[in-house]
Write a protein that binds this ligand. Sequence first.
Ligand SMILES: [Mn+2]
Length: 420
Amino acid sequence: MRFLHAADLHIDSPLRGLDRYDGAPVERLRSATRRALEGLIDRAISEPVDFVLFAGDIYDGDWQDFHTGLFFREQMVRLDRAGIRAFITQGNHDAQGVIARQLILPPNVTVFSSRAAHTVAIDDLSVAIHGRSFPDRAVPEDLVPAYPSPIPGYFNIGVLHTSLGGSSRHDTYAPTDAATLAAKGYDYWALGHVHAREVVSESAPRIVFPGNLQGRHARETGPKGCELVIVLANRMESEFLALDAVRWHDLAVPLDHIEALDQISGAFCEALTPTLAGAADRLHAVRVTLTGVTPLAALEASQPGTLGAAVRAGAQDLGDIEVWIEQVRLNITPPGDRAQARRREDAIGELIRLVDETNADEVALRALVQAQLGGVLDALPPEVADGDVPRLSEVEAMRQLLRDAEATVLARLATTGDGA
Ligand SMILES: [Mn+2]
């Protein structure tokens, strides 16, 4: 017997703020969640597997119209024609109370009830699949104790959408813990909700978050896909299948010892290449952060955008591999002894002391940033507004702005000093 376990498809999840990026492959990014599901169905049919499990959050929220639901249904019809069943537990994003529109799914699909956990036994495979859907987006109680007992002699699978964080009293995503899951006596727990793949328990029972099927932004990085589980007479084999149509990367490129603009491309390629191994066949979306101590900081300060453009130029030269640079962030400092410069009696020393004082005083920091930059902070990239991961703290963002400002002013002072 073999099956696929997937979760958190978030089909047609909106990608916010893409229009801000010149040349963004908008259509490919928007359709990536669909392409990934098509890839999963292709694999289910070619394998072939006996059934597919979806542990919640198939949809990102209520559908804009029926297209999203019809797309998913079409993929279920493909499974049906191949004689493959599908089992779904709805999660917080696609709970019955969240999705208003209705669509009747084909007969090979079982959606577990949101009222009570129940079991579907497939006798010719000796497998029992137990599950329960979220009735609404918040489920504060542990659903596991009410899951049915395992069927003796069968391979027992629990399908559940949960954050697993059993200790948090504020958790509204069907909190439970590994011990509770293990005590149920099942063989495999097919979980969903956590977007980063995690094998919570290797065996007896095996407990897995497969992660989302397709990363949706630069904070959902690396290979994304599903689990292929093969159950043999005396053992279970499991394999992760990468199915992402677009792969996101958060790449740090160190510029220490890099002194000339024409070296940027090489430094970028050196950092990127290891992450592309075995995945040249898909689009790679890369957020680059340039780091380290480099004299190029002065060039960037005098002509902002130079280093970012050099990175994008490097990506153009990669040839066969498709790479889109989502963003280039700077965390570089010019060479020089800041502590020594701080003691200077001129404008440079005064500036550095002012920066340090402001950084140490959060109220002053906020006042300065608000006074000087007005709405800039409010306009921080909207793609971070997702909520699953805490965003860069506001104060840290202000400190970053201040560091950038210091670097810019110091570089200009240095330039005018040379010229005068
Ligand atoms: Mn979820």
